[in-house]
Write a protein that binds this ligand. Sequence first.
Ligand SMILES: [Zn+2]
Length: 284
Amino acid sequence: MADPETLSDNLQNQSGLELTYTRPAETRRERALNKMRKLFSQAVFRGVMLRSKPMKLSGKSAIVFAPHQDDETFGCGGLIALKRERGIPVRVVILTDGAACFGDAARDAAGERITQLRNREVAAATATLGVPVEDLEFLSYPDGGLNSLPDADRAQAIDRIVTLLRTFRPEEVYVTHRHDHHKDHEAAFRMVTDAVLRSGLTVDLLQYPIWLVWFSGLGRRLRWRDLAGALVLPIHGVSQRKREAMTAFRSQLETLPSGSVERFYWHYELFFATKISELEKTAT
Ligand SMILES: [Zn+2]
């Protein structure tokens, strides 16, 4: 857990920090594939929305768990802004250090600086959404390594999440989708749900999709039951604010696959409710 004052100082002191890593230009084949992924993803989500239920914004306090600095804003930025506009408490917890976003060589050469940059970006984004820096937590586990933490580290991570849950006592918990086709995102779901069960708290648990359709191999790896029971939250009133918050992630917007970000500019966000009783059956 970061001390808010130190964190705030660090974030301000890094205002001059710039990194020059970017994604190599996509090949023609990659560009064509990403265009297909974009069209497929948008078509699937439009179909899902047709069969979804509307989600009404609740007045419940919430914790949003994000594997990386940007998932919370892309997946739940509208929800966070709507809740904060009404004065509803929201905390955001970033699980990894985000240092692997430019590849292994960049991480080895400048991992700490990349983490600082990404923490600064997420602090700016969540401030735009109405979450002050003292309500941000950074757990700093290795980016790309959440699903392969040594047993002792995984146990410690779950203990830290249980402590956060028992301290803040949220009524809702948001985490990335259980089959999000990204190993950190899927590991985040397992760790957070283990912690929710351990905490003994009664919460509404909601999953948010980031890569669920994009990295599904154009549907080959998509389990259609994962898309059932979607809840759709209209965010029209705050979608401009969400868009503004997303611009804070300059390092990511230049790195992510072309076209992958556009769905997150929609005026709707999608969530999937999780039955805690089903988790208890599968808990190990
Ligand atoms: Zn992520």
